[in-house]
Unconditional design. Sequence first.
Length: 387
Amino acid sequence: MKLAKRVESLPPYLFAEISKKIAAKRAAGVDIVTFGIGDPDLPTPQNILAELHRASDDPANHRYPESEGLPELGKAIADWYDRRFEVKFTPMKETLPLIGSKEGIAHVALCFIDPGDIALVPDPGYPVYEIGTMFAGGTSYKLDCTRESGWKPNLDAIPEDVARKAKILWLNYPNNPTGAVADIAFFEKAVAFAKKYDVAILHDNPYCDVAFDGYKPVSIFQVPGARDVAIEFNSWSKIYNMTGWRIGMVVGNETMIDALMRVKSNIDSGIPQAVQRMAIEAVYGPQECIDEHNAIYQRRRDRIVEVLRRVGLEVDTPKASLYVWAKLPAGVTSADYAARLIEDTGVVVTPGRGYGLNGEGYIRLSVTTPDDRLEEGMRRLEAWKGL
Ligand SMILES: *Cc1c(COP(=O)(O)O)cnc(C)c1O
């Protein structure tokens, strides 16, 4: 059989490759400690699970859901944005639930990108921005982000002809993989750029409530006029430990939301309604879990940063996200470092190269490793003689 070029040109999904390596080691009897994927180890809060149990008994939730989601969920999304950012959205018109935000992030390129079109994509960055663009037949123009620039793109450095041709600009702060954050002034510049060049901004904000030391991440919609040019993806996954339930959201520009809704209604049949009920409960139920989780992540972050510095890596303490991003000694590639570490110690970290060329020379460690395993991993890392 002949597979499509889009499948054959697909790079191996970063985590799939790592999962394979882990499986091989485990099969060989090695005790693996992983700091790989950012997937909360703590369970979904009890009140949210109780709502799933209740909702699963209701036959109304056994049938096809609507693609646009329950009206109550649209209202919950709008209420959540109002409460969290003091930004008002019209439910359903300016809100749309997703089957996890990754689903919407992958499909949204179909709304903007025709074959040959350009997407502006930060490097390093979450791989799905580029892959979605490729699936739609477009090309990603990589925006260099470096430690010196606080892992933010310099929009003024984009060549005029590229900016004029570009259809979309992807942004993600707090950032995966670097843990970098952006302030309102940065988003103001981005909105001005988008208006000048008629580019749509797609901001990915799943870490807006995973933050430390009292820092409060912002929404792009705190910038006046952002709604003219932007949508923002968000998710219950990282905030409420709900990665396994697959529910996310996107809010903002009505025309853009409507386009994504029309694309999606031809692909999927919505989110299981019992899971939508969980998301509604997460919004209106007790919120103490957020501070509790962040206190745990912050303690783990501090421990990881301390040990990484002690073994000679350079680390900027992240204010938000689930990740510690560490600079390797000069001349060491991230793939070599990660491969040797897993080989010698059974400790898994993510090579920065998997997030783009500018991720080379860095590794990413997730703070979602349970405390006892984290201690074991840090003990092994400190005892490792290194490369
Ligand atoms: C985890 C993550 C997502 C996906 O979250 P889901 O809602 O679980 O699909 C999206 N973007 C970034 C940058 C992430 O790290």
